[in-house]
Design a protein around this ligand. Structure first.
Ligand code: FE2
Length: 200
C-alpha cells in the first residue's frame, strides 16, 4: 500500500521559492489524492502486498492506465520531496560532480540543459536527471509517466512540471520556477546517494 510521507522539511522551509501554501495543496491534496486512489485500486488484490515500485511496474506491464497514473504519481511525488532541500542549489560533490563533468559538460551546462528540457516540455510532466547504465542523461516524461519504468534508466533527481507545482508561487512562469529549483532547492545530496547506489 502507498503512504503519504511526511515532508522531509517544514512546509515553510523552502520559502520564498516554494511556499507553504503550495505544499498545502501539492502535498496535502494532490499527492494525498494519488495515494488514496492508488490504494483504493489495489485494496483486496495481490498488488496490495507489493512494494510501491512493484505496483507501478505491474500497472505499466498490465496496461492499467488508471492505476498506473495514480501509482506513478504517488511514487513520483515522494521522490520529488526528497529532490528538494532547504540547503539545496549550488553544485554536487564527489563522484556525481565528476560524472556530470564527464557526461554533461559540467554543472553549468547541466543547469542550462535541464532548464531547456524542463521549460521546453509541453504541458504536464516531469524533468529528470537519470543514469542509463553507462552515463547521465536529462530527460522529461509526460503526465504521470516516470523514469522508474523506462528500461535501463535509474532516476537520480526530478522536478515536477505540472502547473500545480508552481502556479501559486510563479503563476505561468515556469522558467523562473526552474531557475529557483536549480539555484535554491535541488537536493544534490539525494542525487548523490542515488548515483552512488547505481554506479557502485
Ligand atoms: Fe505534482
Amino acid at each position: 500500500m502507498f503512504t503519504l510521507p511526511q515532508l522531509p522539511f517544514e512546509p515553510t522551509a523552502l520559502e520564498p521559492y516554494m511556499s507553504a501554501n503550495t505544499f498545502s495543496y501539492h502535498h496535502g491534496k494532490h499527492h494525498k489524492a494519488y495515494v488514496d486512489k492508488a490504494n483504493a485500486a489495489i485494496e483486496g488484490t495481490p498488488m496490495a502486498n507489493m512494494s510501491d515500485v512493484e505496483v507501478v511496474r505491474a500497472a505499466k506491464a498490465k496496461g492499467d492506465q488508471g492505476l498506473f497514473n495514480n501509482a506513478a504519481q504517488a511514487w513520483n511525488h515522494s521522490f520529488l520531496w526528497n529532490s528538494l532541500s532547504p540547503m539545496g542549489g549550488g553544485s554536487p560533490m564527489g563522484a556525481l560532480k565528476d560524472a556530470i563533468d564527464r557526461d554533461l559538460g559540467g554543472v553549468e551546462s547541466f543547469g542550462e540543459a535541464f532548464k531547456k528540457e524542463a521549460v521546453g516540455h509541453f504541458a504536464s510532466g516531469w524533468a529528470w536527471l537519470v543514469h542509463d547504465g553507462s552515463a547521465l542523461k536529462i530527460i522529461s516524461t509526460h503526465d504521470a509517466d516516470t523514469a522508474l519504468v523506462h528500461e535501463g534508466l535509474t532516476p537520480l533527481i526530478t522536478l515536477d512540471l505540472w502547473e500545480h507545482a508552481y502556479y501559486l508561487d510563479y503563476q505561468n512562469a515556469r522558467p523562473g520556477f526552474v531557475d529557483s529549483y536549480l539555484m535554491h532547492m535541488i537536493n544534490w545530496d539525494f542525487a548523490s546517494e542515488n548515483y552512488a547506489a547505481v554506479a557502485a
